[in-house]
Ligand binder design. Structure first.
Ligand SMILES: Cc1cc2nc3c(=O)[nH]c(=O)nc-3n(C[C@H](O)[C@H](O)[C@H](O)COP(=O)(O)OP(=O)(O)OC[C@H]3O[C@@H](n4cnc5c(N)ncnc54)[C@H](O)[C@@H]3O)c2cc1C
Length: 571
């Protein structure tokens, strides 16, 4: 009797899989355990292995078909064995849907023989990773960058801000040293802002030249100028040169969002770009926007000695975060002397020679030496050129392959607005490149950790408790405070906790939120386990090193199941 080949269920969340390619033709001999075909699950490409030896008798689906899990996709049997039409028809019944059937692709045949395989527009995390990946896959690749490779992340975002956060951390540790018996002779400090900015620039230069070197090592041609996509799918450079290419990856990233508030253009009103080059510490700073960037800047400048006021439109700082953590952050910021005004809207700025007056709703005014507007980021569409493609509120619409509405043009990273984080951009860039080079990969952005680099840090992945309750009804919640963690106590870093949200049927971990030391590092453990669908009971049983901060994660999982050893018995 012929043996079935089925679409496997290769993960709890997997409902369907895509057939990438058959390794065997009808009539080919197959050994038990040998790979018969490659499929794409919701997360990875994997091989389906033969359950029996024989020859491949029937293929019930073709490359590109998307099939529900457990669908029969072929038969293996003895040479000459018949699989009845009825058996095959019944097996094939769970509707073979077609997705991404190969259409004639953009520029594939029209281009000159010396054309690039891929031209990448934008050298940020999405773009430079895409360029390297496409080159690794054998492509002839060019990268066009109008400012400097590294993008927002290396030049104006993740990295410069983290050099400043480290300074804040050093100051905070010094402030608390006396309580541990370490007495510096003089408690006062001075900041040499020229040197601080210089140190930051040195870190940035090391990293950006590292990226340029990587691109060179992979043979990627680099053009340092503005690029535009033309109607016939070439890339036109500012110099007038046109790059012919089979595929384009448009990774233009994002820029600071501005809103039409009177006075916003005054030089005393800064953005996250300009504040990073400030050569003097302002005596006072009004931060407009209590999101990630606003809170990080507030933490940094407060530590530098600036009097900081945050004005936030929502009811809490970091409104997308777990509410309990936003509330704990408010308490911490207030203790540190940061003034927080939530539920308030800025109406105008009036800048003078040495100060700026910020008027908020109701007519109240706050005076600062400087103001910082950090209300979010919007896609940088400067590469759009003559291209007509589907947009959603200034964001480029892409599918899970990162392909735009125009075949052969991909748009990974901040430009599509799906997840405006560097590590999400890395992954989107890699997938875009693989697809541009003829592979079939999808991006899964359901589990993306995020971090806010405060003192202490915040790390978050998955659903908040409120979101989980909406989706699942009742959920299990586990918490472990850092005040009960040995390493945190030894380090004097007892603020905060780890909170986990667990789905009650299979104990699937669906959310992890950390406020405490090393949260930005620890959240990756939670994200990796969530991606691997390791349930909370298994995590609670894993041996974690002692003393470590991450023991608190294992304890929080145990608490969700009401079996945490290091918390008092619950009523
Ligand atoms: C202050 C700040 C702090 C941040 N901190 C973090 C953090 O800690 N962690 C995190 O994950 N994310 C952080 N981010 C977000 C992160 O920087 C972005 O998500 C990431 O850089 C997006 O990568 P990207 O490649 O899509 O775009 P970008 O990094 O914006 O890169 C796009 C590049 O394309 C170039 N470009 C655009 N149009 C053209 C054109 N037409 N021709 C040629 N070149 C073009 C631009 O010059 C730019 O270099 C931060 C952002 C800011 C502003």
């Amino acid at each position: 009797m012929a043996a079935e080949i089925i679409m496997p269920k290769a993960g709890m969340a997997m409902d369907e899989g895509t057939i990438v390619r058959w390794y065997k033709e009808i009539g080919d001999p197959i050994e038990q355990g040998e790979a018969v075909l490659e499929i794409l699950t919701d997360k990875v490409n994997m091989d389906v292995e033969a359950e029996a030896s024989g020859v491949l008798l029937v293929q019930l689906a073709k490359e590109g078909d998307v099939l529900p899990v457990f669908t029969v996709i072929g038969f293996i049997g003895a040479e000459g064995e018949e699989v009845s039409a009825a058996q095959a028809a019944v097996s094939a019944a769970p509707a073979v849907s077609k997705k991404d059937q190969a259409e004639p692709e953009a520029n594939q045949e029209a281009v000159a023989s010396d054309a690039y395989d891929v031209v990448v527009l934008g050298g940020g995390p999405a773009g430079y990773v895409a360029a390297i990946k496409a080159a690794q896959l054998g492509g002839k690749v060019a990268l066009v960058e109008k400012i400097r490779v590294g993008g927002t992340c290396l030049n104006r975002g993740c990295i410069p801000t983290k050099t400043y956060v480290k300074n804040a951390e050093i100051l905070e540790h010094a402030k608390h040293a006396a309580s541990r018996g370490i007495l510096f002779n003089d408690a006062s400090f001075e900041l040499d802002m020229e040197k601080i900015v210089g140190y930051k620039d040195q870190v940035v230069n090391t990293l950006t030249s590292g990226v340029a070197g990587l691109l060179t090592s992979y043979g990627v041609d680099q053009y340092n100028e503005l690029g535009l996509i033309t109607a016939d799918k070439k890339v036109r450079l500012a110099s007038g040169q046109e790059l012919e290419t089979k595929k384009i990856i448009w990774a233009g990233g994002s820029k600071v969002a501005q809103i039409p508030i009177p006075g916003i253009d005054h030089e005393r009103v800064l953005t996250s770009d300009t504040i990073l080059d400030l050569k003097e510490v302002p005596e006072s700073l009004v931060v407009i926007g209590g999101g990630v960037i606003g809170c990080e800047m507030a933490e940094i400048f407060n530590a530098y000695g600036t009097k900081v006021t945050i004005v936030e439109l929502a009811d809490e700082l970091l409104p997308m975060m777990e509410l309990e953590i936003s509330q704990a952050l408010r308490t911490q910021f207030t203790k540190k002397g940061i003034t927080i005004l939530t539920g308030r809207k800025v109406e105008k700025f009036e800048g003078q020679a040495d100060k700026v007056t910020v008027t908020i709703d109701g007519g109240d005014t706050i005076i600062g030496e400087r103001a910082l507007v950090s209300i979010g980021r919007v896609p940088d569409l400067s590469g759009l050129g003559e291209l007509d493609l589907e947009m959603n509120r200034e964001r480029v619409v892409v599918d899970d392959k990162m392909e735009t509405s125009v075949k052969g043009i991909y748009a990974p990273g901040d430009i599509n607005g799906r997840h405006m984080l560097a590590h999400a951009a890395f992954k989107m860039g890699e997938v875009a490149a693989a697809n541009a080079m003829g592979h079939a990969e999808l991006v899964d952005l359901s589990i993306v950790p995020s971090a806010v680099y405060l003192l202490p840090e915040i790390g978050s992945v998955g659903l908040t408790e409120a979101e989980a309750k909406k989706k699942y009804g009742e959920v299990l919640v586990g918490k472990f405070p850092f005040s009960g963690n040995g390493r945190a106590l030894a380090s004097g870093e007892t603020v905060g906790m780890i909170k986990v949200i667990v789905e009650p049927k299979y104990f699937e971990l669906i959310g992890t939120h950390i406020y405490g030391p090393a949260a930005a590092e620890m959240i990756n453990e939670a994200a990796a386990l969530m991606a691997a669908e390791v349930p909370a009971d298994i995590i609670a049983d894993t041996i974690h090193g002692h003393p470590t901060y991450s023991e608190a994660f294992m304890e929080a999982c145990a608490d969700a199941l009401k079996r945490c050893i290091h918390l008092p018995k619950k009523a």
